[in-house]
Design a protein around this ligand. Sequence first.
Ligand code: B12
Ligand code: SF4
Length: 433
Amino acid sequence: MTPRILLVNPPIYDFAAYDFWLKPYGMLSAAGILRGKANFKLFDYLDRMHPFATRQKQLESDQWGRGRFHFEKIPNPACLEAIPRYFRRFGLPRNIFEEFLSRVDSFDFVFVQTTMTYWYKGIEEVIEDIRKAWPQAKIILGGNYVTLCRSHAEKLGADFLVRANEQEPLWKYLGISPDLNQPALWEVYEKVKVGVLKLTEGCPFKCTYCSVPRVYSQFKTRPLEHSLAQLELLCRLGIENIAFYDDALLFEAEKGVIPFLNEVVKRNIKVNFHSPNALNARFITRELAELMVQAGFKTFYLGFESASQQWQKRTGSKVLSDELAQASKYLIEAGAEPASITAYQILGHPHIDIQQLEASMHFVNSLGIRGMLADFSPIPGTPDGEYCRRWVDMDEPLMHNKTAFPIIFLGFNETNRLKNLQRRLNRKLFSNQ
Ligand code: B12
Ligand code: SF4
């Protein structure tokens, strides 16, 4: 008998959440390699193409496929009570899932996507509902939360946990042998306009605030044919916007992104590419900037974090100010809209004393590009996350929350002051937006 597998992308419990090209890409990839060997169905709480969401004007997508999620306000969890922000549950209402569970026959396995460590309340909700409706179904969790907080995740009551880079035990558990060349299972969506690609795995840098170096031992470029097959499937399904989820998309560009984008141009493929997960400005040459614009990149997010050399040196030296300046210049000269180029800077990093955040914000602004403060989430097992144990209980994943940590560390007023300053600086450059 072909096994039946339900895929679930849970709701988000957080102070804020926005559909910034969020897709359960890890779960779709894990399901893709089992294509044809199981019967799949998807329930994605964050699907804004679901009829419940498409009926609501305020949930409409912007020109690049991003948009708001439906939400309900809920009480703050006890450990976040002191944070003066509304806590919410984002995603389709719970009763839509309950109704779905009562309507369809029980599945043998349920895959549940986990993403941010501090989003585990959504996983608890899903497990509770599945257990109630289908006590026999085996619940399998995979993704970032399981990888970074294994012992916490073990207490949630699932049957099996899948960590990044440890796939074989899953195939044994399911009794299915995978076909590793298959693309992610995008066709499981009835309607989908946003897709994800990943041309590489891992990252050669070792930033002290990031978990990637610990989880993915080495950097690798995926075979070009595999990436092109993924792209072809997305195009066949009518996807308009594609976000890269790579950690180091531009590293060893001559093996990965350059041949890929050359092929996009050669085949005259018309999609909009985005890089929400930050590009490294160091690797943007004039030629690469031109190729990216020509191939259809519409938004460019660059990881900058700080203009302070001392801070960069202390945290891994990923990029320097003149490299950001040069990359912005090349992108603008290649035809990218300045307003579509954004430099991220961490807000609430524990070494803010040497970060010179305000000076960095002014520096980014002087380049004529947009700045964005990326709230710091302390990650267990990273040097900077472990250092944060002096302020928060790192064994409680809710305390990794990115809205909460800067407020706990810097105070509410200072956090707001810096965010307002960022808004003012952007408005000065792009007053019409
Ligand atoms: C893409 C990405 C994003 C996207 C959104 C992704 C999403 N869907 O929500 C964007 C750019 C918006 C984003 C934002 C942020 N992110 Co982010 N992001 C990532 C990234 C690069 C990939 C995550 C992903 O989708 N992985 C899926 C695939 C690619 O992972 P994989 O391990 O290869 O998957 C395989 C297996 O693990 C397994 N698998 C995976 N999932 C599942 C599920 C099931 C059921 C099964 C069976 C198997 C399985 O199968 C896959 C195929 O083999 C990770 C880093 C990383 N490399 O994982 C950081 C990461 C998750 N982000 C991180 C951070 C810090 C952030 C931000 C807080 C940054 C900021 N300050 O703004 C924000 C938070 C956003 C918010 N609203 O709170 C941290 C985690 C923080 C935490 N506490 O959990 C990470 C780990 C990076 C880091 N710095 O260490 N992020
Ligand atoms: S360059 Fe980016 S992905 Fe790589 S270690 Fe640094 S923050 Fe993480």
